[in-house]
Design a protein around this ligand. Sequence first.
Ligand SMILES: CC(C)(COP(=O)(O)OP(=O)(O)OC[C@H]1O[C@@H](n2cnc3c(N)ncnc32)[C@H](O)[C@@H]1OP(=O)(O)O)[C@@H](O)C(=O)NCCC(=O)NCCS
Length: 332
Amino acid sequence: MRRARIAGVGHYVPERVVTNHDLEQLMDTSDAWIRERTGIRERRFTAPGVGSSGLGVKAAEAALANAGWQPSDVEFIIFATLSPDLYFPGNGVLLQAALGIERIGALDVRNQCTGFIYGLSTADAFIRVGMYDRVLLVGGEVHSTGLRMNTEGRDTAVLFGDGAGAVCVEVTDGAADGCLLQHRLHADGRFARELTIPSPGALSDPWLTKEMIEEGLTAPHMNGREVFKHAVTRFPEVIHEVLAAEGRSAADVDLFIPHQANERITEGVRKRLGVEPEKVYSNIARYGNTTAASIPIALSEAVAAGTVKRGSLVCLAAFGSGFTWAASLLRY
Ligand SMILES: CC(C)(COP(=O)(O)OP(=O)(O)OC[C@H]1O[C@@H](n2cnc3c(N)ncnc32)[C@H](O)[C@@H]1OP(=O)(O)O)[C@@H](O)C(=O)NCCC(=O)NCCS
């Protein structure tokens, strides 16, 4: 039976470290406020001129090397991001050109924090039906250039960071190797405006004005409490869905990798699942929220550290803008 497995993982984060103390110089905030509410201590900001496709290229190169693939082995590209280099075309084609792979298809996924899981399920489906044997999936974000780095924008400016992660997904017979087991994808568009970057957008004529920039409409707008409330419910719900579909319980899972939104959300989810802290991966202290990149960065780190080994049962889960929420269960 055709199944898909993760053949290799990789990630890249920019070198520039921005601490909470650095942000104190730019806005009325404090290291204590940020740490207590989110668990974040520092994040990475990209270098001038390097966008999310550029970070994605480095993550993709690391994943290709880890899988033992050449760029020419890739048959299809999926790029998940909410912060593309250009309004259009998407990052997928930019990545394709940078890797020097001509003609293969490139798909962009616009699902914010759940983008990586939506992308992984898409790669799995393409492989299972026999359309492709090898898919490169990248999640990459550059938030730093779009945040309002002042007191007005502080509620979101302190949360987000830049980075990219990638996985190589390949066909397997599912017998001896690990494989992707289950995915569940959800959305509730009634909450679309609770976490959004409103402008630029084709609803307004013209798409972007000086006033929109001055009003801060090109930066994230978030109803933090509403996001928090839904996240702590939806994360465990969708995790239980993928576990039940595979006849598993939380105790069977070797590592949970939740989207890194907030340490308090992760801790709330962990308690509801009733698992010990070592079973829930967290790197939010070092990177903040990197949206579509957070899960592949975490997975890549966990593989490099030996926390995830071949045969480990791993559960990925995410909640975010849309609202969207999703989970995947896989045997690495
Ligand atoms: C954002 C979040 C940390 C805010 O925590 P909170 O306890 O809800 O805080 P509130 O929004 O009620 O704000 C409390 C106060 O802190 C202030 N504040 C907001 N951001 C601040 C910052 N960076 N530094 C200092 N003070 C800040 C607010 O202005 C408010 O002040 P007020 O009481 O004088 O009005 C929290 O709501 C959260 O984690 N939400 C989920 C966000 C998330 O994960 N988003 C991404 C999802 S993918």
